[in-house]
Ligand binder design. Structure first.
Ligand SMILES: Cc1cc2nc3c(=O)[nH]c(=O)nc-3n(C[C@H](O)[C@H](O)[C@H](O)COP(=O)(O)O)c2cc1C
Length: 204
């Protein structure tokens, strides 16, 4: 059953991470405008935003304790520990990351690595994944965004989630070379419109 009325999205959860170290950078502006659009269509949905740079989230140690031990979650209780349940139960997981070396940023990747320690049995069955990104390459080839998109898609598949929306914007066009995305009204508006188009599926 797919319902998009405001009243039916009351318990919907959007879990968003900002993987840029720049809290007011281009990627942050995309996320802000995307979520503005989401709020407009789904005012009752709970939106949680995590600025990864301010979190104490260590690397995955590859110990497999989350898969072989008593707990179904990671045994290292740093800042990600209290986010696992929110991530697992979220209807929508928004990844906002700049492109760093043809992939998402290290902050984003570290967070994703640690999601290995989330409880796969508790995962929302109809989770959606959204990717928002900014990059400086002049062309898609130069920026290397295809590799990042492909990785995120495969991660979504792994979690049984749907890779529903993506929006990536270049920051080095002639027009915006000296300006961050915050001056790119077209990009901000497109991110906002994409947020408005997010469809939340009611399963219960
Ligand atoms: C370490 C590092 C690696 C980068 N690698 C790429 C890259 O592979 N492709 C690209 O197009 N831009 C690359 N960039 C540029 C950023 O993606 C771009 O400036 C982005 O808009 C920054 O987003 P922010 O303002 O949210 O920090 C890189 C920047 C840094 C700092």
């Amino acid at each position: 059953m797919c319902i998009n009325a405001h009243t039916n999205t009351k318990n919907m959860k959007i879990f968003a991470i900002l993987g840029s170290p720049n809290k007011k950078g281009s990627t942050a502006h995309l996320l802000e405008n995307y979520l503005k659009g989401v709020r407009e269509t789904h005012p009752e949905a709970k939106i949680q935003e995590i600025f990864l740079q301010n979190q104490n989230i260590g690397y995955c140690k590859g110990c497999q304790a989350c898969k072989t031990g008593k707990s179904n979650r990671c045994v290292f209780k740093d800042d990600i520990y209290n986010l696992y349940q929110d991530f697992e139960e979220a209807d929508v997981f928004v990844i906002a990351s700049p492109i760093y070396w043809y992939d998402v940023s290290a902050q984003t990747k570290t967070f994703i690595d640690r999601l290995y320690g989330s409880d796969f049995n508790n995962m929302h069955p109809n989770k959606q994944v959204v990717l928002l990104s900014s990059y400086a390459g002049k062309t898609i080839e130069e920026a290397g965004i295809e590799s990042a998109i492909s990785v995120i898609k495969r991660i979504a598949d792994f979690f049984g989630a749907k890779f529903e929306q993506k929006y990536l914007v270049g920051t080095s066009s002639k027009e915006y070379y000296d300006s961050p995305v915050k001056h790119n009204k077209t990009a901000l508006n497109e991110a906002y419109e994409l947020g408005k188009q997010l469809r939340l599926e009611v399963t219960k």
